[in-house]
Write a protein that binds this ligand. Structure first.
Ligand code: NZQ
Ligand code: ZN
Length: 389
């Protein structure tokens, strides 16, 4: 395990078909003024909205609402929510929805009592909050981002075409609790289900494909990937398979709640490339990752052959007998590609609305991180986007 680190994750998880029962005890711990935050209406259709509102009313809360939080939440929507929360003198923010709703609630939480512009402070200068942070709770309806148990928040500035994630260091930004009922995810359209699955897989890859040291985090990562591959295939065949959906939901949380990044270096370049695509196309997050992954991994594989070989053998069961390390590594990526096609993921950025004319701008919008096997230069980013068209 590299370096010195602290591990603290204060999010309490309630998991399973009865998980919403935990909301009563959690509501008893928070103040009277609650802002209920949700997306474009899926929770009204499923009946979850009525259930949650009933609980809030029975707990005697004064409830205001922020509705219509869109996938890839925007800065303008954030400004609107901050005003609603301020006017309501919010004590507590309850996010009911997917990663977008949960991320958004965290951005509101660090901004309500902050005098500065949240974009400048948190998403341009990456500062930590120095104001009171409102507590957030989450009822999750989409397994993917891990937002339910982390301090990440991703906001899109549509004026500047920037999609920026800030992972806050202060664990008080993490949700106080998260309600994880796998049944809630069963109303997801197939497209969103598989995009979420790929998001999970890629979160694990981003933390796995870095470093040459031997550490426990990589072994945990391999186990999570193996479970996800099995369960994703089962859920793809039968989306109502509770066993599979519950495994996927649990894997999503552990893939990005800081655990498997401990004691090692991490990459995150697929997310940087994908976020640039998202900023210009507003495409579904997991699909942007899927569309750029193979061109990126094939490009960096020669610089990290040993790890890609290990991935092929330990995650995809590639038989390495008598083959070169490179050949084994390539077989692993081939197996991953087969699985991605089986799920029906986006395999290029053209189908997400990106064009050859956009490539220079996409390259400009890509943050270059230094933790992967090869620190990319701008020409390499351009060539990866071209290969992803
Ligand atoms: O808005 P509603 O009507 O609820 O519909 C949503 C939305 O259209 C729908 N949906 C969610 N649960 C549903 C459902 N439809 C039917 N049944 C359900 N049970 O799904 C659509 C997508 O929802 P969204 O919340 O946008 O998806 P996701 O959970 O993938 O979140 C994506 C956002 O999270 C950010 C992404 O960049 C993106 O902005 N990320 C956050 C991270 C974090 N906090 O650590 C890390 C990730 O890498 C990611 O960047
Ligand atoms: Zn992601």
């Amino acid at each position: 395990m590299l370096g010195n680190f602290t591990y603290c994750n204060p999010t309490k998880l309630y998991f399973g078909e009865e998980a919403l029962g935990g909301l009563d005890a959690e509501l008893a711990k928070v103040g009277a003024n609650v802002v209920l935050i949700y997306g474009g209406g899926s929770i009204k259709k499923s009946g979850l909205y009525d259930e949650v509102l009933g609980k809030l009313q029975r707990a005697g809360k004064n409830v205001a609402e922020i509705s219509g939080v869109m996938p890839n939440p925007t800065l303008d929507k954030l400004y609107e929510g901050i005003e609603i929360a301020r006017a309501h003198k919010a004590d507590f923010l309850l996010a009911v929805g997917g990663g977008s709703v949960c991320d958004y609630a965290k951005a509101v939480a660090v901004s309500v009592h902050c005098d500065e512009d949240p974009w400048e402070k948190y998403f341009a200068r990456f500062e930590e909050p120095d104001c009171e942070i409102l507590p957030v709770g989450c009822v999750l309806t989409l397994a993917g981002t891990g937002s339910e148990m982390n301090a990440g928040s991703v906001i899109t500035n549509t004026r500047t075409h920037q999609k920026v994630g800030h992972v806050f260091l202060d664990e008080m930004v993490m949700p106080r609790f998260a309600i994880l009922n796998p049944r809630y995810t069963m109303t997801l359209p197939h497209y969103q289900m598989v995009a979420g699955i790929y998001d999970i897989f890629n979160h694990i890859c981003e933390q796995y494909f870095s470093g040459t040291d031997d550490n426990t985090s990589d072994y945990i990562a391999e186990a999570l990937m193996r479970s996800l591959i099995v369960s994703s295939r089962a859920a793809n065949k039968n989306p109502q398979d509770y066993e599979a959906r519950s495994n996927i939901m649990w894997t999503a949380t552990w893939a990005l709640n800081t655990l498997i990044a401990k004691g090692k270096s991490t990459d995150w370049m697929v997310h940087m490339l994908g976020q640039a695509v998202g900023a210009y196309t507003n495409a579904t997050h997991g699909m942007t990752l899927a569309a750029v992954s193979l061109p990126y991994y094939r490009h960096i594989m020669p610089y990290g052959v040993a790890k890609f070989r290990r991935f092929a053998v330990n995650v995809w069961n590639v038989d390495a007998e008598g083959k070169t390390d490179e050949a084994v590594a390539l077989e692993g990526l081939k197996a991953m590609e087969g699985w991605m096609r089986e799920l029906g993921l986006a395999m290029n950025i053209t189908e997400l609305g990106a064009t050859a004319e956009m490539i220079e701008k996409l390259a400009d919008a890509t943050f270059i991180l230094k933790g992967g096997y090869k620190v990319l230069d701008r020409d390499e980013i351009v060539s990866i986007f071209k290969a992803a068209l």
